[in-house]
Design a protein around this ligand. Structure first.
Ligand SMILES: NC(=O)c1ccc[n+]([C@@H]2O[C@H](COP(=O)([O-])OP(=O)(O)OC[C@H]3O[C@@H](n4cnc5c(N)ncnc54)[C@H](OP(=O)(O)O)[C@@H]3O)[C@@H](O)[C@H]2O)c1
Length: 306
């Protein structure tokens, strides 16, 4: 549609030379063959001219007809031509062809070696970057990050009469977004503090009772170890309370998501254990002040185990 692109020859110079020489060689042999045919026809013609047509009938040298000399002279010419093609032009003979071929083969071998080197370099680079990203993934993403999530007052208060002591809308939103789609592990009393199971989360309830009844989809276990085992397919299961379970789980978890409510709640009956700062490192903190929706100031603090 937009005109033909001019063909650019991509043939190698040495290959081109070899082809041109081969063409020359064919032409030389062709000419020799034609010469031979003309010589045969010419010789017959000379014999007929003398014997049949009587041309130079009486012209003899040393009793030999002139056409014999003419044919012998032509034969020498033909022999000279033959020598010229097969001996003088020997440089284009088999040895020369072999040399050319070797030259080409060496050239191709060099190209193959260069390609091989490049391929090995490229492959090494790829393997290194793959190993690097795998190592990065291993460092950054442990296969499972058991996380404890809690909201606690300055005196570690977390509940009273099997209920929360405060209502902090942003804290509930954060709980929802962090635990969404994950396994949530809780004590029987915390489970009973919910009006119904929370949507889009797998509930694992710990109780010592052997016949504890729960709605379908809720998993019941008899120990914290069994609860963690039941959530092993999850890359981030959450321990969500209450007081008894937090006490047992604190030593086992990898991460803490604490909402520190900046107030002291004297009337609480359930408490979170003290966080040992030598064992935990604070990696993130955002603070929210009091406003019309939040009666207390609070901070979201993330800790990782040292
Ligand atoms: N502020 C927060 O972030 C937060 C979060 C969660 C809960 N809470 C509050 O915490 C309070 C509830 O905490 P809680 O300490 O009273 O109760 P809990 O820890 O929720 O549940 C205690 C129950 O768990 C079972 N249990 C505990 N350890 C066990 C073990 N090793 N093996 C088998 N079962 C075990 C027992 O159930 P059985 O008696 O059936 O054997 C036990 O009675 C409530 O006030 C709640 O509102 C606060």
């Amino acid at each position: 549609m937009f005109g033909k692109k001019k063909q650019v020859t991509t043939i190698d110079k040495a290959q081109l030379e070899l082809i041109e020489n081969a063409q020359k060689r064919i032409k030389q042999k062709k000419r020799l063959y034609i010469h031979f045919v003309i010589f045969l026809i010419g010789a017959v013609f000379l014999i007929l001219a003398n014997t049949v047509l009587g041309i130079g009938e009486n012209f003899k040298i040393a009793e030999i007809d002139w056409f014999v000399y003419a044919i012998v002279a032509w034969l020498f010419l033909f022999i000279y031509h033959f020598i010229n093609v097969f001996i003088t032009n020997k440089f284009m003979g088999k040895d020369w062809e072999k040399q050319q071929l070797e030259k080409l083969v060496n050239k191709q071998q060099n190209r193959i070696n260069t390609l091989k080197d490049n391929f090995i370099k490229e492959e090494t680079k790829m393997a290194q970057s793959q190993a690097y990203s795998e190592a990065k993934t291993l460092v950054k993403k442990p296969s499972s990050e058991l996380t404890l999530i809690v909201a606690a007052g300055e005196n570690n208060a977390i509940g009273k009469d099997n209920d929360l002591i405060w209502h902090l809308s942003n804290d509930l939103k954060r709980f929802k977004s962090l635990t969404n789609g994950h396994h949530i592990i809780m004590g029987r009393k915390t489970f009973e503090s919910f009006p119904k199971p929370l949507p889009n989360r797998t509930h694992i309830v710990i109780t010592r009772q052997t016949d504890y009844k729960v709605p379908s989809g809720v998993i019941v276990v008899n120990s914290l170890a069994d609860a963690i085992d039941a959530a092993k397919s999850d890359n981030q299961p959450f321990i969500i309370g209450g007081g008894e379970i937090y006490k047992q789980a604190l030593a086992l978890v990898d991460k803490l998501e604490i909402t520190r409510v900046h107030a002291i709640f004297e009337n609480a009956d359930t408490f979170f254990p003290e966080i040992d700062n030598t064992k935990w490192q604070e990696i993130n903190r955002t603070t929210h002040n009091v406003d019309e929706k939040h009666a207390h100031a609070f901070s979201f603090i993330t800790y990782l185990k040292n």
